[in-house]
Design a protein around this ligand. Structure first.
Ligand SMILES: [Fe+2]
Length: 291
């Protein structure tokens, strides 16, 4: 195992313009092993059409690098894009992993989407369910999953050497933080989770799951703990929990639902599989006034 204190994984980000999501390939410099974090499956929701351009780009890059894909990680059940995890697994192998609190998310949205008994609420759609502090290997690199709930109950941050993949726990310093008003979300919990991330060493590289280029700046997805502590507009510069919770709650009340929340939840709570109707055809539902 590479010494975690000197481990510096190679990280490549792939920006998805349609959903402002960044997917990552994380490579072990000491072996040919890699992981993909937060992949995206393309959907034209109005047309009910799913395609794989973004996932194919990730797959092509892994092949070009000659990497052995060992893990396909979801930082959480995304509400704004669909995961391509099973498509990538089919092409490249690897285990699909998510936080064990996925069971809570499956229970909540299993009810909202009125799923039948064929939808298991036990996380069995995933290959690995991480508990807080669990470690797993990517080649010689030890990765550690830490619970960072608040945006959703199952959010985890994955720390690999000097790199941390924070999901939607934080945005870039000028973007602040993600909303905490989805079912199971909580602003106070999110604040505590952000403090866990900010307790990592100051020079830890932080990789965001989303960036919206606030105030017209170019899209960026990498920052550091020191930068976030000093400059994050929602939690930096010593903002208190009370200030954060008040701001976050007021802001969330003004936000529209993400455009792709309905298809995203149905697919992502199944580890990226599109649900099927009773004849086995891929089919999505819309719960009317259900969200
Ligand atoms: Fe999210």
């Amino acid at each position: 195992m590479t010494d975690p204190t000197t481990l510096h994984p190679e990280v490549e980000g792939f920006f998805d313009e349609a959903t402002n999501t960044i997917s990552y390939i994380v490579r072990d410099p000491a072996s040919n092993a890699c992981a993909i974090i937060d992949s995206v499956m393309d959907i034209d929701y109005a047309a009910g059409r799913i395609t794989y351009e973004h996932a194919d780009a990730l797959i092509a890059r892994v092949r070009e690098l000659g990497c052995d894909l060992q893990w396909i990680i979801e930082t959480h059940v995304h509400a704004d894009h669909l995961s391509a995890a099973p498509y990538i697994q089919d092409k490249l192998g690897g285990k699909i992993g998510i936080g064990s609190k996925i069971l809570v998310v499956q229970d909540t949205f299993g009810k909202i989407f009125n799923e039948g008994t064929e939808f298991q609420r036990d996380g069995s759609q995933f290959d690995a369910l991480f508990e807080d502090g669990d470690t797993y290997m990517i080649g010689t690199m030890e990765a550690r999953a830490i619970y960072t709930p608040g945006h959703t109950p199952a959010c985890m941050t994955h720390v690999i050497g000097d790199a941390a993949f924070v999901g939607d726990t934080l945005f870039m310093p000028d973007g602040g933080s993600a909303r905490a008003d989805f079912p199971g979300g909580d602003a106070e919990t999110l604040y505590d989770s952000i403090q866990k991330v900010l307790a990592l060493p100051d020079d830890t590289r932080l990789f965001m799951c989303h960036d919206y280029g606030p105030n017209g700046r170019d899209i960026r997805w990498e920052t550091t703990v020191a930068e976030e502590k000093a400059h994050n507009i929602h939690v930096g510069g010593g903002k208190t929990k009370e200030e954060f919770v008040k701001f976050r709650t007021e802001r969330d009340a003004t936000l529209d639902m993400p455009k792709l929340i309905i298809p995203s939840l149905q697919v992502n709570m199944r580890a990226g599989e599109v649900p099927k109707d009773r004849d086995g055809r891929p089919m999505l539902k819309v719960p009317v006034n259900g969200l």
